[in-house]
Write a protein that binds this ligand. Structure first.
Ligand code: BV8
Length: 231
């Protein structure tokens, strides 16, 4: 089989204890995303935004990969064909499970960015609006994360892979945020088979050829086992 493109969302890290966004009690039900996940919100109140991401960075650093992350890491290292693992998540659990070549289209909580000179560096555990950029000394440090209204990273590479893939798999994502939510359409257009793995089928039935339901830590290892057995 040819290339596989995988897109993961918050559901793949849910069993590692990291909150999702739109489930009951999810992050966007407790925070106003326009205040903490937009450039305008950051310009209005950088301290509020740093506090929000400092809490999420601590959660991410203190959590561990679950069986879904482990199984996907196995797939990226053991599958004989091409595998591109794209994630909407800003945690580093895929990498900590041993996955290689992970594409963080919404950025990474472990990285910092200078809003003035665009230098990037490894983020300290706690970031502060008064921190100076290590390169230009401007007090304009921000998490290296793609906010709403900002262009996701690596889009050319992702679209090229989707157009060449034989299989597209969306795991633990509600399919509400674009452009990630449109990846299934690009893949299907290009003739790929499409599979959704989620706790329950997302509201838009029919966008995927196949749906596997169950918690990612159970459904993903089972699916990876079948793929590696076929390879
Ligand atoms: C862009 C980083 C244009 C931040 C994120 C009006 C104004 C401005 C923009 C827009 C607008 N209307 C539409 C838009 C576009 C907007 C958008 O799509 N908005 C939506 C809300 C309508 N998109 C953007 O703004 C994007 N940029 O369009 O730029 C542009 C063009 C040219 C030039 C410049 C700019 C940027 C989007 C990226 C925003 N950043 N993340 C952070 O993380 O804090 S997105 C945010 O949602 C999250 O970070 C997450 O990555 C993403 C997707 O959420 P999911 O991962 O799917 O999580 P969710 O909770 O929704 O779902 C969880 C799923 O898991 C569920 O299905 C659940 O069933 C399942 N699940 C739960 N438990 C389990 C499980 N599955 C398995 N096992 C389990 N145990």
């Amino acid at each position: 089989m040819g290339g596989i493109v995988i897109l993961t969302g918050a559901g793949v890290s849910a069993e590692s204890g990291l909150g999702t966004f739109r489930d009951k009690g999810g992050l966007w039900t407790r925070y106003d995303l326009t205040e903490v996940a937009t450039p305008e919100g950051f310009a209005r109140n950088p301290r509020l935004v740093h506090d929000f991401y400092n809490a999420r960075r601590a959660n991410a650093l203190d959590s561990s990969p679950n069986a879904a992350h482990q199984a996907l890491a196995q797939l990226t290292t053991r599958y004989t064909g091409e595998v591109l693992l794209v994630t909407q998540n800003i945690d580093d659990l895929h990498e900590r499970a041993g996955a290689t070549g992970v594409v963080h289209m919404h950025g990474e909580i472990t990285r910092a960015l200078c809003a003035v000179c665009e230098t990037r560096w490894d983020a300290p555990r706690v970031m502060d609006p008064d921190d100076a950029c290590p390169s230009c000394a401007a007090r304009a440090t921000r998490p290296d994360i793609v906010w709403f209204g900002e262009m996701p990273y690596h889009m050319d590479r992702i679209v090229t892979a989707l157009e060449a893939a034989d299989l597209f798999v969306a795991i633990g994502t509600s399919g509400e945020v674009y452009p990630a939510a449109g990846f299934v359409d690009i893949a299907a257009e290009a003739g790929a088979e499409t599979l959704e793995i989620n706790l329950e089928p997302t509201p838009a039935p029919g966008r995927f050829d196949r749906v596997l339901t169950g918690p990612a830590a159970v459904a993903v290892p089972a699916w990876v086992e079948t793929v590696l057995a076929e390879a």
